[in-house]
Structures are given as C-alpha cells and as structure tokens.
Design a protein around this ligand. Structure first.
Ligand code: IPT
Length: 951
C-alpha cells in the first residue's frame, strides 16, 4: 500500500487516514433479500455500460444543499451537461434534512425529488452518495445509537433513490456506500449492513466505493462493492503556492487497479477538481489558479492514459456553505476553485473540461483500450502512453497521450511521434521542418487510425474535439495552441482537394490519403472534398478560439457545431428550425454548422438574422445583455439596535437550560450550531481574582466574555486553533456575580479516522474560579427551540443563539425595527456588544438576464476582531471574519435574493477579544451580466411572526 505524500498531508489535515471502526458499530445482520441483478447498468474491465451502451462516466460533484435555490440546480446541471459531463455525483447531507432524530424534511430547498426531476429533464445521470458519513467539509452532529440512526436516515432517503433509479426509469445509475471508510473486520460488517439496507429498501443499481487513495478497501470479500474506486487529489489543498506543482504526476493508477485483479472499469469517484480553503487562507482565486486549465490538461489526461473510463471531479460546482453547513476547515464560500464558480460562472477550466469530455464521448473506441507502451518519441523529455483500442479482439483506433516526463516543467518541447495503424507505421508530423509541440504543463491526445462518422482519420497531430455527420456532410474540429503546427491526414477513395477559408494550408494528396498541414491561428474552416464521399468541414482552431466551440447533440447520432457563445445549453431540431438555448455576456458573433434542411435558427426562442457562409454554415450576431441597476446600500439608511442584553447581570435567563458543570458542551442540550450563550453565576467575594475558561468551537471560532456586564476580552480565532483556555481577571462583588460568555462556533470537526473527532464538544468546557473553589451555576442558550427548530423552511442550520436570532430580527417583516435608531454604515456603536443592523432594498431585474450578486463587506481596519453574520431575507449567507478573512464577497443566489421586489438584509456584528465598536460597510456587487432563458422563482422565505418569549 502506498499513499501519495500530498494525500497523506491532506488526510492529516482532515484528521487521519485509516479505519473508522467506530462508525460501523457492532455486527448486526440484516438479511439480504434482493439479487445482484443491477439491470441496465453493467460493466466489464474496460468501461461502464448503460442500457448496453458503453459510456465514459464523466461525472462531477455537485451539492444541492450548497445552492438552496432549486431553479438554479437546473442552471448548474445544464452547464455541466453543456460541457458534456454525463453525470453528477451528489452527496446527500443527513443533518441538512434532519433537525433531530425521527424528523426528516425533503421539502422546499430540501426537495430532492425536484433535483431528480430536473436531472431527468436535463438528461444527466446521478451518482448518489448518501454516506452515512460524507466528509465534504460539512458540519455533522451524530452520536449514540449510530446504527439505529443511520438506518433511520437511509429509511428516510432511500425511497427517493428507489423511485429515481434507472431501473425505474430514473436518473440514478450508481450508489456509493459510505465514503473513504477504512478497512477493518468490523468495517466489513458495517459496509455489508449498509448494502443489505439499501438492497432491502429496493435499490437495484450497482454499488460503488470511494477509497481514500490506494488502501485496497472493500474491493473484494465481505462488505465489498460492485465497482471499486480510489480518490486522488494530486495537488493537495494548499492554495497559497498556486504555481507550484509536484515534479511528477502520480502515474500508478493503472498498476494499482491491475494489481487488484478485478473485472471492473478503473474508477476515480473523486479526482481533484479544485481545493478547499481555510479561514485566513489565500482565497478561492488562488485555488482556481492552482487547479487551473493547465492542471486539467495534464492531470485529467493522465487519468485517461492510465486507462480510467470513470471519473468524477470533486467539486464541479462548489457553491456556498451557507448557515452552519461548514465544517471548521472552511469558511462560507465553497467555491473550491471549481470549473463552475460559486457565482455559477464558467471558468477556463470549464472550457478545458468541455474540450476533453466532448472528445471522450465522441471517440468511443477509447472505452475499450489496452495499454501498449512502445512508442518512444525522439525527445526524452516526452512520454507517449499509447492506448490501443480493441473491438472484438481486433485493433482499431490508437490514442497517444503525450505529456512531459517532468510534469511541473514549464519548458516547451518539440518532437516526433511514432504511430502504428492498419495503414502502416508513420513518424509524425511527416512534413519536414515541422514537429509536435508540447508547452510546459500541457498534454495532448493524438488520435490515429480512427473512423470518424464518414471519414477515416489516419491521424491528426492536432487534438480532436468532436466530429459528426451534420446533414449530408461531416463536420469536425481540431485544435492546438496558437502558432503550433498541425498535420491532419485522412484516408480517401479518390483524389481529394482541401480548400481553406481563413488561413494558409498546404496539402498533399495521393490516391489513398490527403495530408493537410497548417499552423493554428484563429479559426480556419477547411473543406475537404473527394469524389464519392461526403464533404468534410474541418475547423482548425487555436486554443483561444477552440474553447468557444460547442457541439450539442440534436439526437443520438448527430451533433451540431456552434462557435462563439459564452454558453450553449442545448440544441433541438424541430422541422426546419434549429433551437439553441444559451447565454452570452456581450454582443457575440456566432457560427453554426447545421444540417442543410435548417431554414431558421432561434436563440432562446428569438429568431436570429443568419447569413450563410461560402462553405455552407450560418453566421449571426447575438445581442448582449442590458444593464441592471443595483441599489447602493452604502447610501442607504440602516436601522441599528444593540443586541446583547445577556451581558447584563440583571438579564432574565429563567427560561434558559441549566447546564451541568461537568458537561457544559452544547450538543448535549440540543444546541448544535452557530452562536451559543452561557451565563454563570457565583457568590464570589474578595478572594476571587479571576475565572479560567476553556472553550472550543472549531478552527476559526471565537468567543467574548463579559463579567458583571463589562466586556473582558475573549479570543478572536485563527485558522489552526479550535479551542482556547485563558483566565479573565475579576474584581468580584460579594453577592451575585455574573459571567456571560458568547461562543461563536464554526461547526464540528471532520472525522478522518477513529478519534471520534466529530464528537468534540462545542461551547464551554471547564470553568473554574481563581482563588475560590466555589462552583458556578451555568445556564446555556442556543438557537431558539434547540432541535425543535421554529423555522423549518430555512432549516436546522440557519439560526444560532444570538438574541436577535432568537427574536427573529434576521427575518423579513420584523416590525420592531421601526423603533431602532437610523444610521448609515460604517457605524460606530460605542462599547463592545453585539450590534444588529437591518435595511430593505428593491431589485428590478430585466427579464432574460442572469446577474449573479453578492454582498461585499468592507472594513479598512482588518485588525479589529469581530465576526459579522449576513442575513438575506432571513437566510444566513455569510460569516465574515474581519481579522481572519479571506472572504469579503458573499455570493447570494437568485431565489434567496428576490430579483423582482423587496429584499431584507440583516447584519449582526459580534465583537471578540480586542473588540470592535464599529460595523463594516456593506454593498452589493455583481459577478457578471448575462442574457439567458433561465427563470428563477424565489424560494419561500417566510416573514417574521412573534416568537415565544420574544416580542
Ligand atoms: C475527500 C472527501 O471524500 C470529500 O468529501 C472532501 O472532504 C474532500 O476530501 C476534500 O475537499 S477526502 C481525501 C482528500 C482524502
């Protein structure tokens, strides 16, 4: 067994690598009732088959719970589909659906049936990953009776999986058992029990596993799954050196899988799609740079070179850890540097993935390949992994995955490649004085001996994007970086000609082949005609232009080619009208290669004025978006109220829960997330000189202490400390003394091993007086109602124990703010205390536009120690940490924000340690402006109503 060092480091970060026996609990046998007939989903050692059709599983992780606006699930799934992902991998988050044992909620933003319905409409498969443990930088709160608890969770969620599995006409093709669960004897029983439970509940699809790296867990024997997979994050999770790559790519997947000797496709259920970022980290732009499109080129292509035909990119859309979703290792944004950004924007990595995934679904011989390592280029810095496709035992196409020996190299290399196809052996390129080029951090897949739709491609030194018969001719696109040489040679039956429409080419024809040479620059449409064969329209593009191509399918065998738009969601041909749906971010020239019977092109159902080109395609201009006016909150009035009455010695805490001195941790009292208040009373006297408090809240947490009403400091947190012990001086009264402690918690710990780290307490631990052995009487207060949450719409993770949260000051329509003071931000509020601000604003978005918005928090003094909670229409969408960062812009999805009417924003400022007496500035900021046919209905955001005990 070997663990890649970067993974080991990551695992250490997450809390240890192996065996989590205690997750499994005792052996318990549940009889299996169903057979192993997995119906339409089958596989062999080469690839997955769905309804008998071999399929490259190009999958991406997406968490619906990190985007609580169901109409935007469609946006993300359509964007994935448009890049030719054919599946989304989805964790189902137990505590998001269950405020307490016995209570499960699948309504509103938790409506997973809606997720499956949308997936079906979009035409993308789903891989379900319901845990029970999921990691994912999510908070979780589980303890006793684990087996009973997970059985209950699966009983609640399984019926959705059962009716939406492919055997029932649904979209779910695979179900993952547990996640990265360590191998052990007890673990095998636990895994088996999970499988029995799923089967008993009626799940027929194959079961999969995500092994933490290469630990050989559950691929055989008791508790093993149908299709095993390992995860891999070769660049790890430190985004602070975004240009540093390891010297060599991890290349042992093939050997590893072969060593397991299983007849299953090679599967990576989680391959690095980005990285998470901690409190105080460098920010997600750096994670996006670390795992940029160059990374995608080199590392994803290495996966294919290793024979993988099933791959899921974690994350493909990261989203937002709103409310208390986050584990302490991350802050609110979970952008992840993913191909689709948190604001749902397409990144250069998205475009690279589109090029790869479209190719992988086009060139199906790649689904049945054997490795032949015999091609040695004339440059020792280059490695060529040759994949020889075999069909019915006969060799067909060849794929040469070219990369630099030293993965991190930034030096350009020129070389020749040897191919060996039915027609003979060739050294490429054949044209003297030209060569194949690989820039540093680049990788190419060279296709040879490959039958396209109507033409046989002997080879191309350019990379193939896609090809299709489009009407009576064939269309294809090949690409390379600007200025690089390309040579494409096709088999022909009679003398052929090649005519270029936008650039220089040279061609060389014999009676059996036509060789075309060119340099990549812009887009050069070339028409190759030969008597007796359909024409081929070959687009030769440079990389900058290639990423603007889309090849949506209009039916199973036909793609159309669309060049230009920011996004093409899909294409439909009805009669002689081609309907294209998509988004643009400015005036856009498009070109469409469509069947010749197309008489009309409609873009988002509007007719476009199209002109025909000399080579039979259509061009048109699409209008860009208009602008949307965004209210300037810095110019607007806010209402202010001080909000920590709990600090006053006379505060009435008679309704609070009494906490036992030897178990002060909040979970025991039903308070699991966000802010917690403690009030301790003691008689005191002159001998008491201080109080020592031990608190714990996860890395990035903080707390503040008031003694007899006076602010006494606290701890303002950092990204590596999750607990703190310190002594606060007291000049105690004789008689009643009151200590008020506000702990701002940031989630429970992730569990990577057997340490029970997820059970670490939150809130107050030990509390002792200095100078006296007197006991303190403690009371605790968390979110109103504890596990019996009041706001079931926004759910169990939205509220905490701040006075304002308990009283519903975060909600729209709270009438009490009429009596608050009018202020503008930034606002000085005097002594350290919790401060609340509220304002309303109206949005009037023009129709047909997508304008992702966020809340920008600005404070010129980043050393002031406070947190600010941001609530939009009652939903907690940001935990701003002034002294930690890095996040200052907080994305709020449309649907949570009402784009067609009034919105309410509430901000709670929580002072810590060297305390703040000032609010930050708050403004709205747009991430971009797009035309779209997406429509988003606002989610149900109930207004304030009186809360028990508060007015
Ligand atoms: C892997 C987890 O499976 C996933 O849930 C997430 O936490 C991810 O890490 C990090 O974002 S665990 C792997 C790094 C060992």
């Amino acid at each position: 067994m070997s663990i890649d060092p970067s993974i080991a480091a990551a695992v250490a970060l997450l809390g240890g690598a192996n065996a989590a026996v205690d997750r499994g609990l005792s052996a318990r046998s549940i009889p299996a009732t169903s057979s192993n007939d997995t119906g339409p989903v089958t596989w062999d050692k080469y690839s997955l088959m769905i309804n008998g059709q071999r399929t490259f599983l190009f999958c991406g992780e997406f968490h619906y719970y990190r985007l609580p606006s169901p109409d935007l699930w469609r946006d993300v799934l359509e964007k994935m589909k448009a890049a030719n992902y054919n599946a989304a991998s989805v964790y189902f988050n137990w505590d998001y659906h269950s405020a307490k044992q016995g209570v499960y909620d699948f309504q509103g933003v938790r409506d997973i049936q809606k997720l499956f319905d949308i997936a079906k409409e979009v035409g993308i498969y789903i891989v379900t990953r319901p845990g029970p443990y999921i990691n994912a930088e999510d908070d979780s709160t589980t303890d006793q009776g684990y087996t009973d608890a997970w059985m209950e969770w699966l009983s609640a969620v399984d019926p959705y999986f059962v009716k939406n599995q492919i055997t029932q006409g649904g979209q779910i093709i695979l179900n993952q058992i547990e996640n990265e669960f360590g191998l052990s004897k007890d673990g095998r029983i636990y895994m088996q029990n999970l499988e029995y439970k799923f089967r008993d509940d009626g799940l027929k699809i194959p079961f999969t596993f995500n092994d933490v790296s290469q630990t050989r867990a559950y691929y055989e024997g008791v508790g093993s799954v149908d299709i095993y997979g390992q995860d891999s994050y070769p660049l790890g999770f430190d985004c602070s050196h975004p240009t540093v790559w390891p010297k060599s790519v991890q290349t042992n997947y093939r050997n590893y899988y072969n060593s397991l000797n299983i007849s299953e496709p090679h599967y990576i259920p989680e391959f690095q799609g980005g990285s998470f970022d901690p409190w105080g980290g460098p920010g997600y732009a750096a994670c996006g740079e670390l795992t940029n499109e160059r990374f995608a080129k080199v590392y994803y292509k290495n996966n294919y070179a290793q024979g993988l035909t099933m791959q899921s990119l974690y994350m493909s859309y990261g989203g937002t850890s709103w409310g208390a979703l986050a584990a302490p290792v991350v802050y609110t944004s979970y952008d992840y540097g993913a191909p689709i950004s948190e604001g749902r924007l397409l990144t250069p990595k998205y475009n690279e993935i589109k090029l790869q995934a479209t190719f992988l679904h086009t060139a199906t011989p790649i689904l049945t390949t054997e490795y032949v390592n015999r091609s040695v280029p004339d440059n020792t810095n280059i490695v060529d992994s040759v994949l020889q496709s075999v069909q019915n035992g006969m060799p067909t196409a060849q794929f040469h995955v070219l990369r630099q020996v030293q993965t991190s190299s930034i030096t350009k290399q020129d070389f020749h490649v040897n191919i060996n196809i039915t027609e003979g052996e060739y050294t490429l390129p054949q044209k003297a004085g030209t060569y194949v080029t690989l820039n540093g951090r680049d990788s190419k897949i060279l296709t040879a001996g490959y039958d396209m739709s109507s033409h046989r491609l002997l080879y191309s030194t350019s990379e193939l994007f896609s090809h299709s018969n489009v009407g009576s001719r064939e269309v294809a696109m090949v690409y390379a970086y600007p200025g690089e040489y390309g040579e494409t040679t096709l088999a022909i039956k009679s003398k052929a000609t090649a005519k270029a429409y936008s650039g220089q080419i040279s061609s060389n024809t014999s009676s059996s082949a036509i060789q075309i040479n060119y340099q990549h620059s812009g887009v050069n449409p070339i028409v190759i005609s030969s008597h007796g064969s359909p024409d081929l329209l070959l687009y030769v593009a440079d990389y900058t232009e290639a990423v603007k191509f889309w090849a949506p399918e209009i039916n199973n065998n036909t793609r159309v080619f669309v060049y230009g738009p920011y996004l093409v969601r899909d294409a439909t041909l009805t009669g002689s009208t081609l309907y294209l749906r998509g988004d643009v971010n400015g005036t856009t020239q498009i070109e469409v290669a469509a069947p010749e019977n197309v008489r009309q092109i409609r873009w988002n159902n509007q007719r476009v004025q199209a002109k025909q080109t000399k080579y039979g395609t259509w061009t048109a201009t699409l209008g860009g978006p208009s602008s949307m006016s965004i209210p300037d909150l810095s110019k607007q009035q806010w209402k202010f109220s001080p909000a920590s009455p709990e600090t006053s010695p006379n505060f009435d805490d008679s309704q609070w829960t009494v906490a036992s001195n030897n178990a002060l941790g909040a979970d025991k009292y039903g308070y699991h997330v966000n802010s917690l208040w403690y009030r301790g009373e003691f008689a005191g006297g002159s001998n008491v000189t201080g109080i020592t408090l031990e608190t714990q809240g996860g890395t990035g947490y903080g707390y503040a202490v008031w003694i007899n009403g006076n602010f006494s400091g606290g701890f303002s947190g950092n990204s590596s400390v999750g607990s703190d012990t310190r002594t606060f001086a007291i000049s105690s009264n004789s008689g009643k003394n009151v200590v008020s402690v506000l702990v701002f918690t940031v989630g429970h710990d992730e569990e990577g091993g057997t340490s029970d780290s997820f059970k670490h307490y939150r809130g107050l631990g030990n509390a002792t007086l200095v100078g006296s052995s007197e006991t303190i009487t403690w009371k605790i207060q968390g979110n109103l109602g504890g596990e019996d949450i009041l706001d079931t719409i926004r759910g169990p993770l939205n509220e905490g124990g701040l006075y304002g949260e308990r009283a519903g000051w975060h909600l729209p329509g709270y009438p009490g703010d009429a009596n608050w003071t009018s202020v503008s931000l930034p606002h000085q509020f005097g002594t350290p205390q919790v401060a609340w601000y509220r304002t309303n604003f109206t949005l009037n978005a023009p129709s047909g536009m997508d304008v992702p918005l966020g809340v920008q928090v600005t404070d010129s003094d980043r050393s002031t120690m406070y947190r600010a909670l941001l609530f939009i229409n009652g939903w907690q969408f940001g935990r701003y940490a002034n002294n930690l960062g890095p996040q200052t812009l907080f994305y709020v999805p449309e649907g949570i924000l009402n784009y067609h009417g009034q919105n309410t924003m509430a901000v709670a400022v929580i002072p810590l340690e060297k305390a703040a007496v000032k609010s930050p500035q708050i403004t709205l900021k747009s991430y971009g402006t797009f035309t779209t046919d997406l429509t988003v209905t606002s989610v149900n955001s109930p207004a304030w109503s009186p809360r028990p005990g508060y007015q």
